[in-house]
Write a protein that binds this ligand. Structure first.
Ligand SMILES: [Fe+2]
Length: 302
């Protein structure tokens, strides 16, 4: 009996040590182990020059995250023709300046953005594992007024010429391509108004890009049927806490878990969901789900 007690005690100690080591890895190592994914899509007319799109999302920046800021700033070395930010850039009232600093030279390139719920509302303490059993949409139910400086963030990106696509459309030249955009605000907090942009995407543009924070099928379906070629979204964090040999457990929205990150077809469109750069400061862990940004090269068909 005494022997059994000792064995159980040892097993409990080993389990606790593995748990602490796992948490340390997830919060100190993997959360700062950034990955740049690279995709190529044959979307442009024959003979067209390659168009390089940098997709950033979900930085959830607090002012002290120097490694994240330095890594984002360094992405300018890849010389993207276009930068798209799909929101949730902030996680602190003083993060606008650091986020704009992190973008640095990227702001001199053509760009476009939408907001996510976390650009409007500051983070609150939650159980880091809540993603596994509930939808964070309910977290916003009782908070009426945004308390983060989203207008300041939007003004800074707009001042650099980036298109504000929160329930809006726009057009710009990037590389040698004429690009038509449509975007919606965040459906996760009910601010999306697809009706404001509904209608066929400009048929005379070289490429049509739909931009949204949360890859909610109700909006993706409408972008796809309006003829947008490439849909860019974030929000899922790729699951954030994933299972080895299984992957994403939950997406925190209506998209299926097999499309929680990465490039997939969505009807006639291409859908890229970014696994995102950050985490809520109150859930500062990533496991089997490294923080990321993506380079998407649009190349000529055939
Ligand atoms: Fe996010």
């Amino acid at each position: 009996m005494k022997h059994l007690g000792r064995t159980i005690g040892r097993a409990a100690a080993v389990t606790a040590a593995v748990g602490v080591a796992g948490l340390g890895y997830a919060s100190l190592i993997e959360r700062n182990w950034f990955r740049l994914r690279h995709y190529e899509i044959p979307l442009l007319e024959e003979g067209a020059r390659r168009l390089r799109v940098l997709h950033l999302s979900d930085a959830h920046l607090t002012p002290g995250r120097r490694m994240l800021m330095d890594w984002v700033r360094g992405l300018d070395d890849y010389r993207p023709d276009l930068v798209v930010n799909t929101g949730d850039s902030l996680a602190h009232p003083d993060a606008v300046g650091p986020f704009i600093d992190a973008l640095g030279p990227l702001l001199d390139r053509p760009g476009a953005f939408v907001f996510g719920s976390n650009d409007l509302y500051s983070p609150t303490f939650k159980n880091p594992a809540r993603y596994l059993w509930r939808d964070s949409k309910t977290d916003y139910g009782e908070r009426a007024e945004p308390d983060l400086p989203w207008q300041e963030l939007g003004a800074a990106m707009s001042a650099s010429g980036w298109l504000d696509l929160n329930n809006g459309t726009g057009r710009l030249k990037a590389g040698e391509a004429d690009i038509a955009f449509g975007g919606v605000h965040d459906s996760h907090i009910g601010l999306d108004r697809y009706d404001a942009i509904a209608g066929p995407a400009a048929p005379d543009a070289d490429v049509r890009v739909g931009v949204l924070h949360s890859p909610e099928p109700a909006n993706l379906d409408r972008f796809e049927s309006d003829g947008y070629d490439l849909l860019l979204a974030g929000h899922t964090h790729g699951g954030q806490i994933c299972m080895p040999f299984y992957g994403t457990l939950v997406t925190n929205c209506g998209i299926d878990r097999t499309r929680a990150w990465g490039l997939n077809r969505y009807g006639r469109s291409w859908l890229h969901v970014s696994g995102g750069l950050g985490t809520s400061p109150y859930a500062p862990v990533r496991f089997c789900c490294r923080p990321e940004a993506s380079l998407i090269d649009l190349v000529a068909r055939g």
